[in-house]
Design a protein around this ligand. Structure first.
Ligand SMILES: [Mg+2]
Length: 170
């Protein structure tokens, strides 16, 4: 079965803790691509990929607006684990049939969840083991069991990584 990691970056690999550490050491917090990623969070992504090497990384972060090639170049330049397979499409929601009185319908308006649903429909229409690593719970009800919420202060933890591995291998 196909395995996909939908990856956010801010609050997952770019952490408040690491940015504060860099500032405290009077080191640069950015490179030409943007905020530097937390080595501990990157290590935990590495752990997922070491265990599930056939998992495809699809970037769902707003960093994707720089384009797929830019993301791939950043990945290579920063020597990040694995390789980038794709980015999610930009979703223009259709508010018809949405009842804003209910929370689940309200969540249908959220872009990222719809972008992931659209990507899956276009790329993995059959069953697929996927995880969504993000620090914001802005996804669709049908995606609940795939979402692993990170704490934006510390980003992707070993515990988050273990949960991702369980879902990807299920
Ligand atoms: Mg985020």
């Amino acid at each position: 079965m196909a395995k996909v990691i939908f990856l956010d970056l801010d609050g997952v690999l770019n952490t408040e803790k690491y940015q504060a550490q860099l500032r405290g050491r009077r080191r640069s917090t950015v490179d030409t691509y943007g905020p530097l990623f937390d080595p501990e969070a990157v290590q935990n992504l590495q752990k997922i990929l070491d265990t599930v090497p056939d998992a495809k990384i699809v970037i769902e972060s707003s960093w994707k607006f720089e384009g797929l090639q830019w993301i791939k170049d950043m990945w290579t330049s920063r020597e990040l684990p694995g390789s980038i397979y794709d980015i999610t499409p930009d979703y223009l929601y259709e508010p018809a049939n949405i009842n804003l009185e209910t929370f689940d319908d309200f969540r249908m308006l959220v872009g990222k969840g719809n972008e992931i649903r659209q990507w899956l429909a276009e790329n993995e229409p059959d069953a697929c083991n996927y995880v969504i690593l993000d620090d914001m719970p802005d996804f669709l009800p049908e995606q609940d069991e795939h979402v692993i919420l990170t704490n934006p202060v510390i980003g992707l933890t070993a515990e988050n990584a273990n949960k991702a591995i369980r879902i990807l291998q299920s």
